[in-house]
Design a protein around this ligand. Structure first.
Ligand code: NAP
Length: 246
């Protein structure tokens, strides 16, 4: 029995890394997935890489930090499906620097995508999700929400996502929508491959499980939160970090 049969799920930042793994597993569980990312060509290659998985994929280019683009995206989903069961706010960026050297542009771009992008997508999708009998919103936070040198912008954005998640859980419970966040630790994607080798090795020594996470580890947790098994789970921040956040 597939866990998400017939559900319509939007996944942002779906062209690679964790978002691509989430898309793959949603399809395997019978969902119809709207993949959202910045560039159409990246989405096309991502769709190609999913050819081995049967399922219904729609691809949409959209910058989640741009209100007009988000409105247009959600309107197009409304026109095409007139329904939406779940939103996975996964798109995220890093622009690391020590705080005293961090430019306003580095600060603002990370807050705009990670926090404001999550706000905008949720703001415009919620009316559609309200019509679902099993509404779900899942936001990607991070262990870095607890603070991490060189990531004041990222850490603030991911801590903001936690506050947003908890408030939305309180406000949207009456509409049968659960709102949870996942806080990954160190997951092998392009985002962490960009970290210098020495720093990567240091991170790995700090993980109690003794290994980096895989995008599929995060996707497994997303599937649980999307499924009926998590119908009574809301306002939680689920660490997927091999113990790194403890
Ligand atoms: P990734 O490999 O860098 O992929 C992120 C995807 O989001 C990319 O396809 C990127 O497009 C897209 N994106 C960036 N800005 C966007 C925007 N404004 N609108 C739409 N799409 C946008 O990242 P990841 O490692 O899979 O991370 C996914 C999420 O998990 C992020 O929220 C991240 O903060 C969080 N996370 C990751 C880790 C980790 O260890 N990897 C740990 C904790 C939390 P481009 O390629 O064009 O930039």
């Amino acid at each position: 029995m597939k866990k998400l049969s017939g559900r319509i799920v939007i996944v942002t930042g779906a062209a690679r890394g964790i978002g691509l793994a989430i898309t793959r597993q949603c399809l395997q569980e019978g969902a119809r997935v709207v993949m959202v990312d910045l560039r159409m060509e990246d989405l096309e290659s991502a769709r190609e890489s999913l050819k081995d998985v049967p399922g219904d994929i729609t691809i949409k280019a959209c910058d989640v930090s741009n209100e007009d683009q988000v409105k247009e995206l959600v309107n197009s989903v409304k026109t095409e499906f007139d329904a939406l069961d779940a939103l996975v706010n996964n798109a995220g960026i890093t622009r690391d620097n020590l705080f005293m050297r961090m430019s306003f542009e580095q600060w603002q771009s990370v807050i705009n995508v990670n926090l404001t992008g999550t706000y905008l997508m949720t703001r415009y999708c919620t009316a559609l999700i309200r019509k679902s009998s099993a509404g779900r919103i899942i936001n990607l936070s991070s262990v870095a929400a607890n603070g991490n040198p060189g990531q004041a912008n990222y850490s603030a954005s991911k801590a903001g996502v936690i506050g947003l998640t908890k408030t939305l859980a309180l406000e949207l419970a009456r509409y049968n929508i659960t709102v949870n966040a996942i806080a990954p630790g160190f997951i092998e994607t392009d985002m962490t491959r960009a970290i210098p080798e020495k720093a990567r090795e240091e991170w790995l020594t700090k993980i109690p499980a003794g290994r980096a996470g895989k995008p599929s580890d995060v996707a497994d947790a997303v599937i649980f939160l999307l499924s009926d098994a998590a119908a009574y789970v809301t306002g939680n921040i689920l660490g997927v970090d091999g113990g790194l956040g403890l």
